[in-house]
Ligand binder design. Structure first.
Ligand code: ADP
Ligand code: 5GP
Length: 186
């Protein structure tokens, strides 16, 4: 059986990665979304094992010591990481696997898995990014500012990616992503 393709979706917080991915997944049963581990606290409505595996710092560091992560990074004072075993298992089964991760982790995957398809999701402008992040209402203003500070650095990295999708008009951006997936499946 043909192995699946590994996709990395990155881009600043608030660009719309999660929104785009859920739209993509709706009509694609060959796509497996990798559930990351994190030390950040669950948001209201988030469930352990669904959006993330929510770990304590000690639990996360134990997994680092066990080399359980394909990649991990510290992002705005919390760890986030991709567990390697489930990703490999799904790829072996022929599923395409998507990692939705921040830029430092994306570059680690690029080094380790040169075959991974690297996609950067960009906001239409920095102002719109700030408006979306604030509009989402999931972080307090201090955390929003830290995420936006990080975003300035992340946006500088976009030319290192195979594809840059500007998430201005949602339907068009979803279509562009579908086309990228379709191209690899022919
Ligand atoms: P990320 O996963 O990159 O942090 P989200 O998917 O949570 O970003 O999107 C951030 C906010 O922007 C959400 O409130 C979402 O509804 C909104 N959003 C996403 N895509 C668009 C778009 N194309 N136009 C307007 N708002 C959008
Ligand atoms: P949030 O706290 O908004 O869920 O995520 C914050 C940032 O961490 C986002 O840019 C998200 O893509 C990223 N992220 C989520 N999971 C992982 C992961 O497993 N590894 C890395 N490096 N970043 C992740």
């Amino acid at each position: 059986m043909r192995k699946g393709t590994l996709y990395v979706f990155t881009g600043p917080s608030g660009a719309g990665k999660g929104t785009l991915l859920s739209r993509l997944q709706e009509q694609d049963d060959r796509l497996f979304y990798s559930i990351s581990a994190t030390t950040r606290a669950p948001r209201p409505g988030e469930t352990d094992g669904v959006q993330y595996y929510f770990l304590s710092k000690a639990e996360f560091e134990e997994k680092i010591a066990q080399h359980a992560f394909l990649e991990y990074a510290c992002y705005v004072e919390n760890y986030y990481g991709t567990l390697e075993a489930p990703v490999n298992e799904k790829l072996e089964q022929g599923f395409d696997v998507v990692l939705e991760i921040e830029v430092q982790g994306a570059m680690q995957v690029h080094e380790k898995r040169p075959d991974a398809v690297m996609v950067f999701i960009a906001p239409p402008s920095f102002e719109e990014l700030a408006a979306r992040l604030r509009g989402r209402g999931t972080e307090d203003e201090e955390k929003v500012l830290k995420r936006l500070e990080t975003a300035k650095e992340e946006l500088k990295q976009q030319e290192r990616f195979d594809y840059v999708i500007v998430n201005d008009e949602l339907d068009r951006a979803v279509e562009e992503l579908r086309n990228i997936l379709a191209k690899r499946r022919t």
